[in-house]
Design a protein around this ligand. Structure first.
Ligand code: UTP
Length: 279
């Protein structure tokens, strides 16, 4: 069976960034462990991957690794303490995640950018197509999750996929921005992509958000990708190589995304999920 026919079985979570916008909170705790209500961002991401029928979670960590590993592990002391008490239900959600998934970890030794973080995950992914979730982009949808929408699309197109959304033109310098030709409703074949362009240089207002499906040849491409914007190895630059061969599609997903890497987005997400929990 050709590798591209493989079902998406693994999800990679780059979680090694410094999270400087959330200092001092992120001094000893990874940004991905900050909670929206009571749940860490990374757990929302893992639960989204589960909705797409993915059970193998591959996490790229840097500093603060222990908090992530401990979160996705049994705490025997805690279990013992609250078993049979009225508080036991507080553990239900995380128990479900731990029971249904396997977690593996690797470290990105130097923070050389998202492309480099993804390459660091090669050892956990191997030679098969995989999903990527940036947990600081928190997505919610009443119907199918954003990642499930994308894995379904992968079955049709069998190539790399980036999730995109329309942004105000004056924010293009915060995102990877694409240009593409329409293929079907909400789907474009990517013809160009630029990392954090000035609005005047942006090829459109379609920004890449933190959900990707990548084919495994991306690892070799990243290895050959020179540092780009900000001196970092950018996944956008690596994907452009695939896009030049017509092998990347952009998908305008259904759902809401919160940029929880920024304080404003984080507060918005908190208000949104609080409202939802009360309705
Ligand atoms: P960001 O661009 O949000 O960077 O990374 P950051 O370091 O996390 O946050 P700020 O800008 O300093 O506040 C986007 C995603 O890529 C991961 C981050 O963990 C985050 O999920 N990342 C980024 C890495 O894993 N390694 C890197 O070298 C860079």
């Amino acid at each position: 069976m050709s590798k591209s026919n493989t079902k998406i079985r693994k999800c990679l979570f780059p979680a090694a960034g410094y999270g400087t916008r959330f200092l001092p909170a992120t001094k000893a705790i990874p940004k991905e462990m900050l909670p929206v209500l009571t749940k860490p961002l990374l757990q929302y991401g893992v639960e989204e991957a589960i909705t797409a029928d993915i059970e193998t979670m591959a996490i790229v960590t840097g500093r603060g690794k222990r908090a992530i590993e401990d979160h996705f592990d049994i705490s025997y002391e805690l279990e013992h303490q609250i078993k049979g008490t009225s508080k036991e239900h507080y553990l239900t959600e995380i128990r479900k995640v731990i029971t249904n998934c396997t977690f593996s970890y690797t470290r990105q030794i130097e923070m050389k950018g998202l492309g480099h973080a993804i390459l660091s995950g090669e050892t956990l992914i191997g030679d098969e197509p995989f999903a990527v979730i940036l947990a600081d982009d928190l997505c919610d949808n009443e119907g199918e999750s954003v990642l499930l929408q994308m894995t379904k699309l992968y079955e049709k197109y069998k190539c790399s996929i980036v999730a995109v959304e329309e942004i105000p033109m004056d924010e293009t310098n915060k995102y990877g921005v694409i240009a593409g030709d329409p293929l079907e409703e909400s789907v474009l074949r990517v013809t160009n992509m630029v990392e954090k362009p000035d609005p005047k240089d942006a090829p459109s207002n379609l920004a890449i958000i933190g959900r990707y499906i990548l084919t495994p040849d991306i690892f070799d491409i990243i290895r050959d990708t020179k540092p780009g914007k900000g001196g970092e190895i950018q996944i956008t630059d690596a994907l452009l190589t695939q896009a030049n061969e017509g092998r990347v599609i952009a998908y305008k997903f259904e759902g809401t995304r919160f940029d929880c890497g920024s304080v404003d987005g984080f507060v918005e997400a908190t208000n949104y999920f609080y409202g939802k929990s009360k309705s």
